[in-house]
Design a protein around this ligand. Structure first.
Ligand SMILES: C[S@@+](CC[C@H](N)C(=O)[O-])C[C@H]1O[C@@H](n2cnc3c(N)ncnc32)[C@H](O)[C@@H]1O
Length: 413
């Protein structure tokens, strides 16, 4: 099996990462679907096995799990992540019914009528042009009247990207930064046109996904919860020793200095009525902590170096790894004997010091009775990551330390 895995080119250069429902919605630091697809294949997971993703984000590993006949469960602290994952994993919509609803929407956009659904937001006109506010309000009013909840969710996810794209925030950043006055003068997005184009695009993705799912003999299930895996994994979500495989990509660091998932999600979450204002502060590493000895030599040594250069940054680093360790303790307990955990991470630098997240994950799992099975290294050809130590969250800037990704496989003994 490991021999076979050596033959996989984990870079997946030139492969389509937006097939099926993976096309629905962008998300910061998305996992490319080829990773879970190949891990599931290599480990020969069987129909009906349980796959869990504790930081499911936009649900990439959940969609892949379902297409391989696995029952999937995902958790995240971000309500927008839950919405995207629920929409992307849904395979029970009749494509004809969806197509008819899209046709009806297109007809509606010809002479859009009705009372726009508005939101109370102090600086709404700072983030959206007046005509965009009206169009989004009309789109959301239309969506609220769709009777089938599954089709409504498909439209909501499509509207979420439409809202982001027609807002005044720079699309090249994950954080909220408004276009400058010069750019704003020529920025006149047509929210209806954007929504239609995305509906057609997402429909094609759904059709391919639905076809694939109807071909499966075993019809797998999917459930997504809002939960903070650092605190606990509630027993009503997963029992101890119940999961066959975890495939996940945790945040790379705290949301202040790496990816701000809360800021990325804010505008559309407000419009959709699912805003949770503290996503970034409850995200891993969001709170400062006291110095800790982790008992993982490389990690302890690196944090000591950061501390010598910048004490304040070292406290952020302690906090992040402490949360990562707590989460891994919780995740370890719900995996079955002989089950696997697959974590996809990149190592980042803080104060010029390289932090060994890959080795730390191995160390944290080993202290929970897991054995290190294999680590695959992949070059990241085009993953959009925040730039080095920058709170700016610039899309597309590659930190030189972030151009390698580690796919760490641990097995429960
Ligand atoms: C790298 S992203 C996951 C991306 C995902 N694999 C995908 O393909 O879209 C990390 C996710 O972890 C979530 N997260 C951060 N802290 C968390 C916590 N304590 N518990 C659960 N999820 C958390 C973030 O909201 C974010 O969606």
């Amino acid at each position: 099996m490991i021999q076979e895995s050596k033959e996989v080119d984990w870079t997946f250069l030139n492969e389509n990462t937006r097939e099926f429902t993976h096309i629905y919605h962008d998300y910061p630091a998305r996992m490319i679907p080829q990773i879970p697809r190949n891990i599931i294949k290599l480990l020969e997971e069987k129909d009906g096995s349980i796959l869990f993703d504790p930081y499911c984000g936009s649900g990439s590993s959940l969609v892949e799990g379902l297409m391989a006949g696995l029952n999937v469960i995902g958790t995240d602290i971000n309500p927008l992540a839950k919405l995207i994952s629920e929409a992307k994993t849904e395979y029970g919509i009749d494509p004809n019914a969806l197509n008819n609803e899209i046709d009806r929407f297109v007809e509606f956009t010809m002479i859009p009528k009705g009372k726009p659904k508005l939101i109370v937001k102090e600086n709404l006109e700072f983030w959206f042009k007046p005509n965009v506010i009206k169009s989004i309000g009309l789109i959301l009013r239309y969506i609220s009247k769709i009777k089938d909840p599954k089709i409504r969710k498909f439209f909501e996810v499509t509207a979420s990207e439409t809202i982001r794209e027609s807002s005044n925030t720079r699309k090249s950043e994950f954080k909220l930064y408004r276009y400058n006055e010069g750019k704003l003068k020529t920025h006149n997005p047509d929210a209806f046109a954007i929504m239609k184009e995305k509906l057609f695009r997402n429909f094609k993705g759904y059709e391919a996904y639905h076809k694939k799912m109807t071909e499966l003999k075993y019809k797998p299930s999917s459930k997504i919860y809002l939960a903070n895996t650092v605190n606990q994994i509630p027993r009503n979500i997963l029992r101890e020793d119940s999961v066959d495989i975890v495939i996940t990509s945790p945040p790379y660091g705290d949301s202040h200095t790496t990816v701000a998932y809360g800021q990325y999600s804010k505008l559309s979450s407000e419009w959709l009525g699912i805003l949770r204002s503290n996503v970034d502060s409850v995200s891993m590493g969001g709170k400062k902590s006291e110095p800790i000895i982790f008992g993982c030599d490389e990690l302890d040594e690196s944090i000591r170096e950061v501390d010598e250069i910048n004490h304040k940054r070292s406290l952020e680093v302690y906090s992040f790894y402490s949360d990562l360790r707590n989460s891994i303790n919780n995740v370890s307990s719900i995996i079955k004997k002989d089950g696997y955990a697959c974590y996809v991470v990149a190592n980042r630098k803080v104060a010029g010091v390289l932090l060994p997240t890959d080795k730390s994950i191995v160390c944290f799992f080993e202290s929970n009775g897991f054995k290190h099975f294999e680590t695959f290294t992949r070059g990241i050809p085009n993953k959009r990551m925040p730039s080095k130590n920058s709170p700016s969250n610039k899309v597309g800037k590659l930190d030189d330390t972030m151009t390698k990704e580690y796919i760490i496989l641990m097995k429960k003994d």
